[in-house]
Design a protein. Structure first.
Lengths: 351, 269, 192
């Protein structure tokens, strides 16, 4: 039984995944170097500084998550990097092209804006043909590109229907197709799963993975949904009030909010035994009873001990309970999730 | 992997700034106007109006209540007024009325100015169509070959100048305005203010000054003189100065200001 | 006889003087007597008494001004007038005739002058049409200085035509062609 719970603990406490898709040969970039290089970008609207000193780099094939609460500056950052808005300060290059050449940058990037509107009277195919032509493709090539992209995003059979008849999910997929019409080396997706049902979100995330993996494009994904970042992103940038407050791999970010508290449920008659066992467990700094009549306890771990030993050593508490023959009805860790790190870093969990 | 993905490199190298981005924009905007309901409905309603007007005018012409030349002048002045007004409203709606789809358009390598130019061209396309529709009606009023040709050419010239001026004005207002309602209201208000003096008898040196300075009254008076009074173009050429100046100034202003087209209205960089 | 010879030039001169004075005195005489002399000397007649017409039809008639006096008339003005007998219809004479006023040269005594008038009724109803003659002079303050003809009773019915001026084909065809053209464009656009 101890081994069983240990296995569960391992599964829960080591959720680190690294979904990085790095492919060589993305055109328009140095495979060994950054395809996106942002240095101190700031954007002000009068007295309001929407983005302040944003700096990061991205390599071909990376999927970078851009996280932040509402009003953090994610959309503004994307608009600056996609040349919709000029930066107030700082500089950046995309595919080696400096921000002072916005026309050339636009040839290299694809963007799915958060509030993208669609001409509802046009068909999906017509819409994509138009944008292919705006990117310099002749009419015939534009038709081929449109057909291919519609098929790629799963709209092959609805290409000749007016966009007005598309569902929210279909329009988002059409938007992704439009962002791909110029085969960009960098793709900005601003809230691509917003408004989609769970199935739609799954499909969208799969599409994003394919785009980065098969095309070797760098994807900057702005989203509220932390599970998405957890699932597809290799790196995370967390913005709050226009500033970068955290940056790193998903695992690094999670480690900042490593689980420090466990919520334990035992049979009520074993409440005292459980308390004693937890007090003796290595690394446990504090034990408390939440609801003695129902058998709910908390155990808080020592931060320094955790940092020294790593998250897996939370198993010591489980081992202490099993050694004392206490029946564990549930053992829940609080913290260790990206959402916990996010809330902790942005201070929203404290509001 | 799709065939597209395999040919990514070649397609990426092929993706460039189109040489005539304004033409691509204009073609799509023209399709949006003429293959949807907007343009055809306006032209059809206009033809019904002209049919009614022509029928009534022909009845009155037979009774000599209205002189033939006055009838033709009336038909062409109405055509001009409607053509200018519709072009103005289309251009005033071109940017401010499409802010939702504007962002994706601004993400293309086509310059802001070319985007505006393409939209402007589509907006003024209604004018020549209305003029073409009016031609058979003018002919049916039995003007006689000499008066018919002169009247149609004069109306086309004046209408083209005024359409260019007001469409550019509408585009400027649309570019700087965040609200479509405001853009349409301001544009139409300016048009009405300039149109109003044509309904008021203007005499004396001040009245004459107003007539000549206001491109709408000047253009209207030019048509009156050419069609009704049968003056020559040379005699009334000074009346074309205001419409020409208005078209040139408005076009120059539009060329400068639409280069600052951005997602939110205003003139910031 | 010889002693009365000096009388004949004198008499001749006196006679001439009298004649000239009488000639000059005739208008003065007429003015002194007012328009009665004019009214009684000048008469106007018209060639029609009753006319039935449709709106838009044109008809002509003549008026004859006769000077039955012993003196030549002054220059005259003949004016064509219309009165709607139902009193509710407004008649704008300019719409009904291109000739509003004609100037007539002085008419010698015992002579007459003829004028031709064209009328095109534009409204239905019953109308009295008549000609008024008056001296072409700024001084018309004395009564009786007008001479009027008898009225022509003009009865007008409305002329109904579906195709005034031949415009009906255009009026119907243009919207029809446009509707077909735009429908065709729409179908072609959808097919593409």
């Amino acid at each position: 039984m101890s081994a069983f719970y240990a296995d569960i603990g391992k599964m829960e406490l080591n959720p680190v995944r690294d979904p990085t898709h790095v492919t060589a040969g993305a055109a328009g970039s140095d495979p060994a170097g950054a395809v996106v290089a942002v240095d101190g970008i700031s954007k002000s609207f009068g007295p309001l500084e929407a983005v302040r000193d944003l700096s990061f780099e991205a390599r071909p094939g990376e999927i970078i998550g851009l996280l932040g609460p509402n009003g953090a500056g994610k959309t503004t950052a994307i608009r600056v990097l996609s040349t919709i808005l000029p930066p107030t300060r700082g500089r950046f290059t995309l595919g080696g092209i400096p921000h002072t050449k916005p026309g050339a940058i636009r040839q290299q990037v694809g963007v799915l804006p958060e509030s993208a509107g669609y001409p509802l009277h046009q068909t999906g195919a017509e819409f994509l043909r138009y944008y292919a032509r705006l990117f310099g493709h002749p009419a015939r090539t534009a038709r081929e590109i449109a057909a291919s992209l519609l098929s790629e995003v799963g709209l092959g059979e609805r290409g000749s229907s007016p966009i007005a008849t598309y569902s929210r999910g279909m329009r988002q997929r059409l938007g992704v197709a439009r962002a791909l019409v110029n085969a960009p080396s960098v793709i900005f997706l601003d809230e691509p799963t917003l408004g989609l049902d769970p199935a739609g979100q799954r499909q969208m995330l799969a599409l994003i993975r394919d785009v980065a993996g098969q095309r070797g494009a760098t994807v900057i994904l702005s989203t509220h949904f932390l599970d998405e970042v957890d699932e597809v992103c290799s790196r995370v940038i967390i913005l709050n009030r226009g500033e970068v407050i955290a940056e790193g791999s998903v695992a690094d970010i999670k480690r900042r909010a490593a689980p420090r508290t466990a919520r334990v449920h035992v049979p009520p008659e074993m409440n005292d035994e459980a308390l004693s066992a937890l007090k003796r467990a290595e690394g446990v700094a504090n034990v408390g009873s939440i609801d003695a009549e129902r058998g709910w306890l908390t155990a808080t771990f020592d931060s320094a001990w955790l940092d020294e030993h790593g998250g897996v050593h939370i198993n010591s508490a489980i081992r202490a309970l099993t050694d004392a023959d206490v029946l564990i009805l549930s053992f829940e860790l609080e913290g260790g999730r990206l959402s916990d790190a996010f809330l902790s870093l942005t201070g929203e969990g404290q509001q | 992997m799709t065939s597209l993905t395999r040919s990514d490199s070649s397609l990426r190298s092929a993706a460039t700034t189109p040489a005539n981005g304004w033409l691509v924009v204009a073609q799509q905007e023209l399709r949006d106007i003429w293959l949807s309901w907007r343009g055809p409905v306006i032209v059809f309603m206009f033809s019904l109006l002209l049919s009614l007007l022509t029928y009534l005018a022909a009845t009155n012409k037979e009774l000599n209540i209205i002189d033939q030349k006055d009838t033709i002048n009336l038909v062409l002045q109405i055509t001009l007024g409607i053509g200018v007004a519709v072009s103005l409203l289309f251009s005033a709606d071109a940017v401010s009325g499409e802010r939702e789809t504007l962002e994706t358009l601004l993400l293309t390598p086509v310059s802001r100015r070319q985007i505006a130019m393409g939209k402007l061209l589509a907006a003024v396309s209604v004018w020549p169509v209305l003029m073409l529709v009016a031609v058979p009606y003018v002919w049916a009023l039995r003007a006689g070959p000499g008066l018919f040709a002169n009247a149609v050419v004069a109306a086309f010239v004046v209408g083209s100048l005024l359409t260019a001026a007001f469409a550019c004005l509408g585009m400027i207002v649309s570019t700087v305005s965040n609200s479509n309602r405001l853009s349409l209201a301001v544009s139409f208000f300016v048009f009405v203010v300039l149109l109003a003096p044509t309904r008021v008898p203007l005499s004396g040196w001040f009245g004459d000054l107003i007539v000549r300075v206001n491109p709408v009254t000047a253009g209207s008076r030019f048509l009156d003189k050419i069609i009704v009074s049968e003056h020559t173009w040379g005699q009334e050429a000074t009346l074309l100065v205001a419409p020409i100046l208005a078209a040139v100034i408005a076009a120059a202003a539009a060329a400068v200001l639409t280069g600052r087209l951005r997602l939110q209205g205003g003139m910031g960089g | 006889m010889r002693r009365h010879l000096w009388l004949s030039p004198l008499l001749t001169a006196a006679l001439i003087a009298l004649l000239l004075a009488a000639r000059a005195a005739t208008p003065a005489f007429a003015q002194e007597r007012g328009g009665q002399a004019f009214a009684s000397d000048v008469t106007v007649s018209v060639s029609l008494s009753e006319v039935s017409a449709l709106t838009g039809d044109t008809f002509t008639f003549t008026s004859e001004i006769t000077n039955s006096g012993s003196e030549v008339t002054p220059p005259l003005i003949a004016n064509l007038d219309f009165v709607a007998l139902d009193q509710s219809t407004y008649i704008d004479p300019e719409d009904w005739s291109p000739q509003r006023t004609l100037v007539v040269d002085p008419i010698a005594a015992g002579s007459s002058a003829t004028q031709s008038w064209t009328v095109k009724p534009v409204l239905k109803g019953d109308v009295a049409v008549y000609v008024v003659v008056l001296p072409n002079s700024p001084d018309l303050t004395t009564a009786g200085s007008l001479a009027a003809s008898a009225a022509i009773h003009l009865h007008v019915e409305e002329h109904r035509t579906l195709n005034p001026g031949g415009v009906l084909p255009v009026v119907l065809a243009v919207p029809g062609v446009l509707a077909l053209a735009f429908a065709g464009l729409r179908v072609a656009g959808k097919r593409r």
